[in-house]
Every structure is written in structure tokens, then in C-alpha cells.
Ligand binder design. Structure first.
Ligand SMILES: Cc1cc2nc3c(=O)[nH]c(=O)nc-3n(C[C@H](O)[C@H](O)[C@H](O)COP(=O)(O)O)c2cc1C
Length: 363
């Protein structure tokens, strides 16, 4: 059953005035929905379920340029991408021009659709090495690092960053122009400063200003706190961005992509997934995670059950049962059991709760 969400048709047409968005030679639909790069989250199994539910462009988690150069196994594995997930971008980070350029060339060998540079990671150890959001304190350096990558590869190079280092130094407008001038093909902006980590609310005002700056020709993607289709529509209309990147809201809820797309196209809210759908996708994700990571995949999925099954009666009890199981078959059987016990049940809808990630990261 599809619920009617009353919004004026003029609001929808503003959001959906059909024009393709191009990143280099990649053509994306109007208002593309991007799956955010997320460390230990955006692996091939998760990307697959997000793609299946409507994400238009996927990113790997960030990969250390030094790790790639040293050919560290863990880093090499993060380069694995699959035909069915295209278009897909590989994200790298690093604070050394030569190493970043070399890493860009390594990335090129696995033929992703684009290369993304992470200039947004707030973690102290990374920032301290002049990588991630660390470069927001030194635009010249950021420009040099970017130019080195653009020169090193034929892939379209994109950047993901934040508004600035702190409240007093929000330099994203200058950053956008300078990076466009050295050849980036698109820019994603997370509406927080480095010092905010994940605290407070993402502020999209400056993202909108960058987008509406007549000097800016590249696509500008907005990111931060999108947790419902209504918010995606509202932010698209208010800030005019070329696309929206979704991170935390998709964890355990890949349906967010189809729900946003549906609202944009029709002005109606898509019904939330049924319990059967939730269980089926959870099992599918689990199967892929075990295929991909081996038994570690089972452990990694433990944090996801609560999200996949949100709204289920006695969720805590079910989750506790699921997380102690040690084989794929046992978890699959337990999920089937839940399906039989609650057959036909309409789940209570609960809003998505975004976790304050990195909250313990010292500034
Ligand atoms: C678990 C986790 C891991 C993340 N890892 C990365 C990363 O590898 N690269 C990156 O650019 N951003 C990373 N981020 C930031 C997200 O891409 C995104 O910018 C942020 O979560 C805000 O978007 P959201 O409110 O839609 O989640 C990570 C975020 C989370 C929650």
C-alpha cells in the first residue's frame, strides 16, 4: 500500500526537472543518489544491497595511499569492485603528493568509474598526517594533492570534504573553486566542519551557496543527516544540489534510496518494507557478507540486525539470540523463525536514528 504524501506538484517538478548529471563521461540520472563511502561498512555486500535498492553511484570505503603502495593485503582487497555495481568510485586518502599520485595509478589498474579523494575524515591520526580533513587548514596543499591525482590518472577525479576546519574557518566556497580549477569532476560536501565531527546538525546553507555560485560548473553533491525521503526532497529544493549522498541512514535500511527516488518521481511516499522484505534482504546481505569476509562476515552483521528488524516486537530479545549464533545456517534459520512467528505482521514504523560516529575521537 502506498501512502499519499501531499506536496504541491510544483515542489516535485522543481525537484525533478529531468536533466542528467555528468561526472566526466559517467551519466547519472537527475538528482543521483550516492551511497557514501563508509569505513568497514561500504564493502561489496553492503554496496550490492544498496545498488539493488536504487543507489545510483557507489563508493568504496577510504583506502590508504601508503597502504596501497606497500601492497598491504587489507588495502588491496578494498579495491575489489564488480561489474554489476557500476558506476562505482574508489576513495583514497593520503597527505603526500607523490604517494597519492602513485595510489591513483594503482587504483586506475582495477578500472573503477572514478577516483575520489577523501578530504573529510576527521580522525586525529589521519588529520595529523596532513590527510583527510587535515588539508582544510591548508588550501594550497589541498590543491597540490588534488592536482597531483588529476595529473596521475585518466579517471575522473572527485573530492569529498567538509565545510572547513572549524566554525571560524569555513572555506568551502574557496575550496570548491580552487579544486574545480585544477580539474576535479564533482565535489561532495558534508555539511559539518572537521571540529564538529558528527555533532550537531549538518548545515547545508553553504553547500547551497557553493552550488549556486555561477563560477561553479561541476556537480555539487550534498551530504549530511539525510534520514528520510521528505528531508531529501526538502533539501534538494532548498539548496538546489545536483545529487544527494546518503550514509548512515542506509545502514540496515537500503530502502532509503528507493523511498527517496519514489517520492521525487511521484510525490507519494513508498510504503516501508514489509517484515518479509526486511528478512529477505538481511539474509541476502548476510550471505554475501559470509561469502565475502568468511566467518568475520557473520560477526560484522551482528551490528546490523537491530537496524534490519527495527519495529519488530521484542527486538532486543531477538537480536540477543541472533548475535550469539556462530554459523550462517543458524542465523538464517533464526531469521526464518522470526518470519514464521510474525507472518503478516505490519511493522511499526520508526524514524531512522543517525549515530554520532567518532564521538570519542579526540580533537
Ligand atoms: C561508519 C562510518 C564510516 C565512514 N567512513 C568514511 C570514509 O571511509 N570516507 C569518507 O569520505 N567518509 C566516511 N564517513 C562519512 C560519511 O561518508 C558521511 O560523510 C557522513 O556519515 C555524513 O553523512 P550521513 O549523515 O548521511 O551519514 C564515514 C561515516 C561513518 C558513519
Amino acid at each position: 500500500m502506498v501512502k499519499r504524501y501531499r506536496i504541491a506538484s510544483s515542489v516535485i517538478s522543481l525537484a525533478y526537472n529531468s536533466h542528467m548529471v555528468n561526472i566526466g563521461n559517467i551519466s547519472l540520472p537527475d538528482l543521483p543518489l550516492l551511497l557514501a563511502p563508509m569505513e568497514d561498512v561500504s564493502d561489496p555486500p553492503f554496496r550490492a544491497v544498496c545498488k539493488q535498492h536504487g543507489a545510483d553511484l557507489l563508493f568504496t570505503e577510504f583506502i590508504s595511499s601508503e597502504g596501497l603502495i606497500k601492497d598491504a593485503i587489507a588495502c588491496r582487497r578494498k579495491l575489489d569492485i564488480f561489474e554489476e555495481e557500476r558506476p562505482v568510485g574508489i576513495q583514497i586518502f593520503g597527505g603526500d603528493e607523490e604517494n597519492l599520485a602513485l595510489a591513483a595509478q594503482i587504483v586506475e589498474t582495477v578500472e573503477p568509474d572514478l577516483l575520489d579523494i577523501n578530504f573529510g575524515c576527521p580522525v586525529k591520526g589521519i588529520v595529523g598526517r596532513g590527510a583527510g580533513a587535515g588539508v582544510l587548514k591548508d588550501i594550497e596543499r589541498m590543491v597540490r594533492l588534488t592536482a597531483a591525482c588529476v595529473k596521475a590518472t585518466r579517471l575522473p577525479v572527485t573530492v569529498k570534504t567538509r565545510l572547513g576546519w572549524d566554525e571560524g574557518s569555513k572555506n568551502i566556497e574557496e575550496v570548491a573553486m580552487r579544486l574545480q580549477d585544477v580539474g576535479i569532476a564533482a565535489l561532495t560536501i558534508h555539511g559539518r566542519t572537521r571540529n564538529q565531527l558528527y555533532k550537531g546538525q549538518a548545515d547545508w546553507t553553504l553547500i547551497g551557496k557553493v552550488k549556486n555560485n555561477p563560477r561553479i560548473k561541476i556537480p555539487i553533491f550534498g551530504n549530511g543527516d539525510i534520514d528520510s525521503p521528505q528531508k531529501a526532497l526538502e533539501y534538494r529544493n532548498r539548496y538546489g544540489v545536483d545529487g544527494i549522498m546518503v550514509g548512515r541512514a542506509a545502514i540496515g535500511y537500503p530502502w532509503i534510496f528507493r523511498e527517496i527516488r519514489h517520492l521525487l518521481r511521484t510525490g507519494e511516499l513508498h510504503a516501508p518494507p514489509t517484515l518479509e522484505e526486511r528478512l529477505a534482504v538481511c539474509k541476502q546481505h548476510l550471505r554475501k557478507a559470509v561469502e565475502w569476509h568468511g566467518s568475520i562476515g557473520l560477526r560484522e552483521m551482528r551490528g546490523r540486525y537491530a537496524q534490519y528488524l527495527k519495529g519488530l516486537p521484542e527486538l532486543t530479545i531477538h537480536r540477543k539470540r541472533l548475535v550469539i549464533l556462530s554459523t550462517f545456517e543458524e542465523v538464517e534459520a533464526a531469521l526464518d523463525d522470526i518470519g514464521s512467528t510474525y507472518k503478516g505482521l505490519e511493522l511499526e514504523w520508526e524514524p531512522i536514528r543517525l549515530v554520532n560516529y567518532h564521538e570519542n575521537c579526540a580533537l
